[in-house]
Each structure stands twice: as C-alpha cells, then as structure tokens.
Ligand binder design. Structure first.
Ligand code: FAD
Ligand code: EPU
Length: 347
C-alpha cells in the first residue's frame, strides 16, 4: 500500500518530550481532517491500533507502538468579537504556547498564566491543563470532536465537558473513536490579572506581558526544558484526600502544604510528599527525580521506559508506605497496542 502522508517504521525519539528511543509502525502527520480519517481507515484495514498525538509531552511509551500514530497538525486561528468578548476558534494542531503568545501580541489577554506549557491546542481540554491559578476550563467555550467512523463533527460545549482537576469527558466518553479537531476559547476584553498563585502575589502587573514574563522565570526555576532534559512535566497528579485524612496527616506533619478542593476535599502537594521521603536523589538507570521539582521525572540521556516505570513504582510505594497516600500518574502510559491503565502499571 502506498502511503502518501504516512511513514513506515518511524522513530519517535524527537517526537516525545521524555526523549525515549521509541518507534512506531506507521506515522501520519495530519494537516487536515481527511488525513486523520485516512490514517484511521488504514489502521482498521490492517487491524492495527490507532493513536492521536499532539507533541507527546504527556505520554510515557512503554515499548514500540505496533500501530498507526497520527500527529495532529491542523492549523488555523479564527478571531471574532462582540463588545465584551474575544471569541477564538483554534485548530487542534496549533502549538499551545505559540497561540497564547500570538494572542498577547494582538492585545488579546487572559491566557498568560497558561503560557509556556508544551503541547498542542487539541490536547489542552483532555486534562484541562492548569497552572499558576487558572485552568483551561476558565476560558474554554467548546471543543469540536470528529467521530472517526463517519467524519462527523460534534461540538461539545464547556458545561458538558466535565472539566475537573486534570480530567474531562475527553478521557472517557469521547476517548475511543474521537479526535479533537478544534477548541473554542472566550476571553473577556476587560482584562483582569489573576495573581492567586503564591509566587505571583507580589507582582504588580501593568499588562498581561508582565505575568507572561514572570511565569517564564518561575517555570525556568522549577521545570526542566524538554529540549535539554527529557521529561513530561509533573509525572504524578497532586493527590486529593478527604478532610479527615488531611487532618490526621497534619497532626503528624504540621508543615504539610494543603489546599482546599471541591466537595470538602483537600489537595496535597505530591512534590512535598516525595521530598519528605528523601527521594529527591532517587534514580533508576538513567531516569531520576528532578532535583528542582520532585513531581517531575527526567531522562538523563539514555533512560529506557522500564527505568522510568521502576522509578515511578518505587516513588509510589515509598510515599504510600510513609503517608498512606497513593500517587497516581498524570502522564498517559502507551503500550504497543495502545493506552493502558497507568495506575495498574505502577502498582
Ligand atoms: P500528547 O502528550 O501528545 O497527548 C496527551 C494525550 O492526549 C494522549 O493520550 C493523546 O492520545 C491524546 N491526544 C492528543 N491530541 C489529541 C487530539 N487532538 N484528539 C484526541 N486525543 C488527543 N500540563 C499542565 O496541565 N500544566 C502545566 O503546567 C504543564 N507543564 C508542563 C511542563 C513541561 C516541561 C512538560 C513537558 C509538560 C507539561 N504539562 C503541563 C503536560 C503537557 O504539556 C500537557 O498535558 C499538554 O496539554 C499535552 O499536550 P500534547 O499535545 O503534548 O499531548
Ligand atoms: N514542593 C516541594 N518540593 C519540590 C517542589 C515543590 O516540597 O521539589 C512543594 C512546595 O511546598 C510547593 C508545592 O510543593 O509550594 C507546590 O509546588 P509547585 O507550586 O511547583 O506546583 P506543583 O503542585 O508541584 C502543579 C502542577 C504543574 C503546574 C504547577 C503550577 C500538577 C500535577 N502539577 O505543580 O503542572 O505547572 O502546579 O501551577 O498539578 C504538569 O501538570 O505537568 C505541571 C507541570
């Protein structure tokens, strides 16, 4: 079979931010919906697994992928407005950070707290990206998904997206057989800086650019640049516990950072728990806990998926034994046949 937009036996080493030496049986780079549909039909024809990726900044490949991967590169930004709101319709394959910066350049403010997050626009609703006091859900008005079986487009409005901390409907109901093709974003024309995150409290911003620049400094201080050190951002989610559990833990660890969460629950700082277990110097093979941010696992150069898996297992077990709090990966785990249950893999 001739593959016009596809490649056979492709390395994904430069296409995953952990920098793992992984191959895929087929790779398509889709600049339009037709190529995505073509890649999907191709995978069905060969009875192979199918996976859509943006920039693979939130995945851990456990082995070579024995199927068809399509990189979503559908571009385009449409801007409309009314007297109060900017309305943005953004192609799923746009780079998220470039889009945020482009909007700021046009004087369209509001997304600056979410600047510098790697990945594509199509991925941001999936885990409802969040940073420095805001989440995507605060600005998302809709998500357009394409049904792979017939190519039809369905618009899912924000109130149906079930957005919550690192979660949305796109991780379950609209997971198999759907691909996100565009995201709608609404931004108030009257700009209000959001300075609730502790490191931003003393900033006196004149414009969104001040926040944009400060976020760069904060992130540079804590997070490794994937172009230099392979990583996937926070490897684990911050754990959510009951009020009762938090109160018990605080009796023993009064300095433990904790934040109110929905439904009377408490969010803990996973990085703090890991650091308290003296795991900041922990490594397995060429993978290690990042010394500036314990929630981040890094590839020092030649880490294998198994190195990272063992490291994650060890962290989960040691934190679990000390605090009876069981960390769950934020990163999505991909086997040769497709996504698998990440918690099971490290339990
Ligand atoms: P990918 O890793 O390519 O894909 C993630 C998942 O979405 C996969 O399961 C994939 O199959 C699926 N997917 C991708 N595109 C589509 C599509 N179009 N349709 C359907 N499914 C799709 N995240 C935060 O929330 N906050 C942060 O502050 C943050 N900081 C980070 C810092 C660093 C240095 C790194 C490396 C990562 C960080 N992340 C952060 C995580 C990551 O950048 C985000 O989750 C990002 O949105 C992932 O985008 P991606 O395009 O790389 O997704
Ligand atoms: N801390 C430690 N040790 C560390 C790092 C942090 O003890 O090595 C403690 C500190 O007390 C600190 C607290 O943990 O105050 C929280 O740390 P930080 O502000 O760096 O944020 P985080 O909770 O570790 C989350 C997100 C990040 C996001 C930042 C900023 C998750 C899983 N991670 O990290 O998102 O950028 O907040 O809002 O929610 C990602 O999802 O990939 C990601 C990088």
């Amino acid at each position: 079979m001739i593959l016009n937009d596809g490649y056979k036996h492709c390395s994904l080493k430069i296409n995953n931010t952990l920098g793992l030496n992984i191959n895929t049986r087929f790779l398509f780079v889709a600049k339009n919906r037709e190529t995505i549909l073509k890649a999907w039909r191709f995978s069905k024809f060969l009875k192979l697994p199918f996976l859509t990726l943006g920039e693979a900044s939130n995945v851990l490949f456990l082995e070579d992928f024995n199927g068809v991967i399509v990189l979503n590169r559908i571009k385009g930004i449409k801007i409309s407005e009314n007297h109060k709101i900017w309305k943005l319709h953004v192609g799923a394959g746009e780079n998220w950070h470039c889009f945020v910066k482009k909007m700021l350049t046009k004087g369209i403010f509001g997304l600056e707290n979410l600047a510098w997050i790697p990945g594509t626009v199509g991925s941001v609703p999936i885990q409802n990206i969040g940073a420095y006091g805001v989440e995507l859900k605060d600005f998302c008005s809709y998500v357009d998904v394409m049904h792979l079986r017939n190519g039809s487009i369905k618009r899912i409005y924000s109130d149906e997206c079930n957005f919550s901390y690192r979660d949305s409907i796109f991780k379950n109901k609209y997971w198999t057989d759907f691909v996100i093709v565009a995201v709608g974003i609404s931004l108030e024309k009257k700009w209000q800086p959001i300075l609730t995150y502790k490191d931003l409290k003393y900033l006196n911003p004149i414009s969104a650019w001040d926040i944009f620049n400060e976020i760069f400094i904060i992130r540079k201080r804590k997070l490794p640049d994937p172009k230099i050190i392979g990583n996937a951002g926070s490897f684990f989610k911050n754990p959510i516990v009951t009020q009762k559990k938090a109160t018990l833990l605080l009796e023993y660890f009064p300095a433990m950072p904790h934040y109110p969460f929905i439904n009377n629950q408490i969010k803990l700082a996973g990085a703090w728990l890991i650091e308290q277990c003296n795991l900041k110097n922990l490594y397995v093979g060429d993978s290690a806990v990042y010394h500036k941010q314990a929630l981040v696992l890094i590839n020092k150069g030649h880490a294998t998926p198994q190195d990272i898996l063992c490291l994650a297992k060890e962290i989960r077990i040691r934190v679990g034994r000390q605090f009876d709090v069981w960390l769950e990966p934020e990163v999505r785990f991909i086997k040769s046949t497709g996504e698998c249950n990440a918690i099971e893999m490290i339990s």
